[in-house]
Design a protein around this ligand. Sequence first.
Ligand code: ARG
Ligand code: ASP
Length: 719
Amino acid sequence: MRISVKTFLPLLTGGLFLFCAAARADEGMWLPMFLKQNEARMQELGFKLTAEDVYDVNASSLKDAVVIFGGGCTGEVVSPQGLVFTNHHCGYGYIQEHSSLEHDYLTDGFWAESLRDELPCPGLKVRFLKEMRDVSEVMLAGLERNDDGTPVAENVRRDSIDARSRRLMKEAAQGEEIRVVPFYYGNQYFLFVYEVYEDVRLVGAPPSNIGKFGGDTDNWMFPRHTGDFSVFRIYADTANRPAPYSPENKPYSPKRYFKIDLRGCEEGDFTMVIGYPGRTQEYLSSYGVEQVLNQEDPMRIEARTLRLEVIKAAMNRDAKTRIQYAAKAASIANGWKKWIGEAKGIERLDVVGSKREYEKLFGEWTATPEGAAYASVLPALQEAYEGFGAVQGEAIVFQEYVLAPEAVRFAYSFKALCEAAEKAASGEEGAVEKFAEILRKRQTAAEDFYKNYNPEVDREIFEKMAARQAEKSSAAVPDPSQINLFYTKSVFTQPQKMLALLQDFKPAQRKTILNDPLYRYALSVYNRYITHTVPAVALYRRQIDSLQRVYMRGQMEMQKSSGPETFYPDANFTMRVAYGQVNGFSPSDALVCKPYTTLKGIMEKENPDIYDYVVEERLKELYRNADYGRYANKKGEMPVAFIGTNHTTGGNSGSPVLNAEGNLVGINFDRNWEGTMSDIRYDAQMCRNIMLDIRYCLFIIDKFAGARRLIDELEFVEN
Ligand code: ARG
Ligand code: ASP
């Protein structure tokens, strides 16, 4: 079926925000299906291909080599045998799963010597986009007005949309998955068909001191020297179809794979990123931005600052704790650091002020007959956000304060076991088996949990958070004697006792859990959250979403007549294309950043005493001998990372970075800290995406790890 671009254009072609049209030059995350509208601009920047080369439902195109990797990353196929590149931080969990004290792949790296040595990763899936389709008509028919002309009630609309998308999703064939996704806050709906491969194996990963070099210290920053990549392979059945893991499966033979260009990119060169950006909010009202700036970001930052202080101090005191808390600290710090950068960026650009100005124009437009239908939407949004603040505050307190001590969530996770025990004790049909099954899961969960748990650290977190929580929330906060009880009497904070209890746990023993002080506390805080906070937040969320849908449409209508610029839809974890150029930037007064880093910078950062900056002898030796083979740049340097003006966000990690000819030159992995407000407002001056130079990735595979068999299956473009 040929899909027409025309159906989409009437809605898309409006102007963008008038006041900053110039600065918005090449921002945007574009739907590949409608890339025609960007083609001329892309070619002006150097792109040598056409929109159809990127996305064509009738022929093989670049999009066929891009996958959703796992739950929230992107990956790309790079060989005729289904080899996939993604980030180290995207493969992290799977590398960790295969790591043990004897084979610590996380620390030492891993390179499968043959196909037989590639390691299955249960639960890991990759998804190929087969096609996308506009289903707005099917989804939205009759949902604007009732027969008598009154507007359709929001709850009726919601229920119909749920039912309709469920119906569409059911049409998925074997091995396929269908997702129906709202665009422009539900003004449009698109359907995406994915082919899902579930036998994906770990092929290679560099040691963490390469794959995570710079750790949290360098995270969200440039200059950057992280070799953030890992290598997987897709397997398929003998007919090349998706299939569950089987030793009989064969390496997948892809429709398309990327060729690798070893000539690299220089300042000013065209680049394009195809991937799965997760979430942006470019069309919020000033009230929405204020909510992020004045409440969400500061509350979360404050809570995590406290939590990280305790964890970091404990990690510095003790090597075991350092290992136990490394991954946790990384994930807590990732959001923390991003929000700090985001809030600063919103302030610096005075996003609230400029949105207010824009809203004034919008208000003037709604006073004209054309815009009259939208006259009440901004005042209604303002009112909704006023009410939302208080309930949202409660939700954040729960997520960032109440759940900061890990024992609380862990204790609550035993609720299902207690309930199953209750039923088993009452002799209900099949209940004993169910209980045994849940118990087994809890036993594994407990072992995993305690492996990386230190009750002393957790207690300190509890005490620190509780002391601050009282001033933020109306909910009761445990006093010091209660907290003392949690960490002296509760079975949940005593690993040995708990593991022993679970070993031969009988339904009658549920009383031990039911009477446990920490379990009772967890139950009460969760109950309050679930029955009180969640519904209140949902009520406002739905109201705001509905208003935002109307406001979005209003914004598009207002600017329909005023310019050639186009609204790109907010990110929603569907495939997008971002394009731009390799470009340095100036993070602050007097500082100018070049657009790329080299191996020399790794040697400069080296510090054997600081975990994040350890460099292995083997890498130093390659550096000393300048043994870079075909991977050096023209100047003879070993490039590591580079930056550009491609508009990306979380989820774009692992995305292929392509040059003007559509060949692979890098792997996207991060953004610069000064540009993290791009999820709310993109600034061409300040926002840069950070990409791993593909030549560093290959240098590590080839020269550092000696994994020649992988190099041999790639296809290169070079002089
Ligand atoms: N900031 C990057 C992203 O948002 C990388 C995160 C992983 N690295 C880390 N040090 N926590 O995903
Ligand atoms: N590091 C992010 C990711 O994992 C990318 C970003 O936020 O720019 O997707």
